[in-house]
Design a protein around this ligand. Structure first.
Ligand code: NAD
Ligand code: UDP
Length: 349
């Protein structure tokens, strides 16, 4: 299939492009560059070994989007393009509503005009709010904790309404738990702007010496060691799930909503210790106040994804830490560090 990957230059999108190419699909990327480095695409092309056309397009730019759909005949769209920082969304809710919700509406309209009726959408466990029970199943209650979460829930609802109104439209809502890790090559990975807000990139930056110590938000949760429990999933497993979901949606000709997690709860300190083992570095930390709005424990029941797609996460926490560390140590400043191949030549010829 020829797939439009919106947000394909980002963290999860870039790994998914490789998974798509690995399964014989053609990929075209549309990305505004709002949260991606220009270094991603050349690295991605090198790893993919096939041409990957990239268009600098903001989904809200209807003229550019229409032109893109007129240039290629897409069989399906994978939609990763969103702003994703929870704290930032509380400070700038309108930007998040506009980028994530208006962008999704413009994309759905362009798909409808072009007669493209297959969509895989990046949703999030955030749509469960603070879950009443764990592991979380897809039929758990949905709620909104912050403007970012609202954009994910609203987008799922818009897509659901479109599926109801157009009997031929099919969508896969993929609710990710906590994606971490990097491609085994160490060539692409997660590169947050400024101070990381998520745990794994913060641990990586402490281990590489860019930050002094980790602040562990809360040591008094009702969890085995008192720190918050989450369901970390290797980004390569997550990427593979997208291809499985896409192919299932097309083959079975049906829509779906599934959790993507390992089903295993891992505490902050479990992750710190696994990272220390994988990297051979110490990760100094101090336990501080809880972060407002954090749930004690959130992990998935991923059995529906296995039942429908035959998909199951393969990598454990040690592999996630090993690959996150390989990426971080090969790219201490993320994509700001040029590889030898990328650096301008300074020697004499
Ligand atoms: P990312 O920021 O690395 O990637 C998103 C990409 O989309 C970026 O390259 C950005 O430049 C692009 N983009 C943003 N708005 C755009 C627009 N209007 N038009 C075109 N391009 C645009 O984020 P990620 O971690 O790869 O996340 C991908 C998706 O998964 C997002 O929708 C995010 O909300 C969702 N998600 C992420 C996580 C996570 O922890 N990383 C968890 C759950 C869900
Ligand atoms: N966390 C932490 N220190 C940090 C960042 C996160 O202790 O610098 C904790 C956080 O309280 C939560 C877990 O790590 O228990 C995962 O947080 P993250 O922000 O990565 O994911 P989310 O809370 O969105 O699931």
């Amino acid at each position: 299939m020829r797939i439009l990957v919106c947000g394909g230059a980002g963290y999860i999108g870039s790994h998914t492009c490789l998974a798509l190419v690995g399964r014989g699909h053609q990929v075209v990327i549309a990305d505004s560059g709002v949260n991606s480095s220009p270094r991603v695409v050349p690295r991605l092309r090198r790893l993919a070994g096939v041409p990957v056309p990239v268009h600098r397009v903001d989904l809200r730019d209807r003229v550019a989007l229409t032109a893109l759909f007129a240039t290629y005949r897409f069989d399906a769209v994978l939609h990763f393009a969103a702003l994703k920082a929870v704290g930032d969304s509380c400070r700038r809710p309108l930007e998040y509503f506009d980028n994530n919700i208006s962008g999704t509406i413009a994309l759905l309209q362009a798909m409808q005009c072009a007669g493209v009726r297959r969509l895989v959408f990046s949703s999030s466990a955030t749509v469960y709010g603070e879950p009443a029970q764990v592991p979380v199943r897809e039929d758990a209650g949905l709620s909104v904790m912050n403007p970012y979460g609202r954009t994910k829930l609203v987008a799922e609802q818009l897509i659901g309404d479109l599926c109801t109104s157009d009997p031929d439209f099919r969508a896969a809502n993929l609710r990710y738990f906590n994606p971490v890790g990097a491609h085994a090559s160490g060539v692409i990975g997660e590169d947050p702007c400024g101070e990381p807000t998520n745990l794994m990139p913060y641990i990586c930056q402490v281990a590489v010496g860019a930050r002094e110590k980790l602040r562990v938000f809360g040591g008094d949760y009702p969890t085995p060691d008192g720190t918050g429990v989450r369901d970390y999933i290797h980004v390569v497993d997550l990427a593979r799930a997208h291809v499985d979901a896409l192919e299932f949606m097309v083959r079975a000709d049906r829509s779906l909503t599934v959790n993507l997690g390992t089903g295993r709860g891992v505490s902050v300190l479990d992750l710190v210790h696994a990272f220390e083992r994988a990297s051979g570095r110490r990760v100094p930390y101090e336990i501080v106040e809880r972060r407002p709005g954090d749930a004690a424990s959130v992990y998935a029941d991923p059995s529906l994804a296995h039942e429908l797609l035959g998909w199951r996460a393969e990598f454990d926490v040690d592999a996630m830490c090993r690959d996150a560390w390989r990426w971080q140590s090969m790219n201490p400043e993320g994509y700001r560090t040029a590889t030898r191949r990328e650096a301008p030549s300074r020697g004499r010829r």
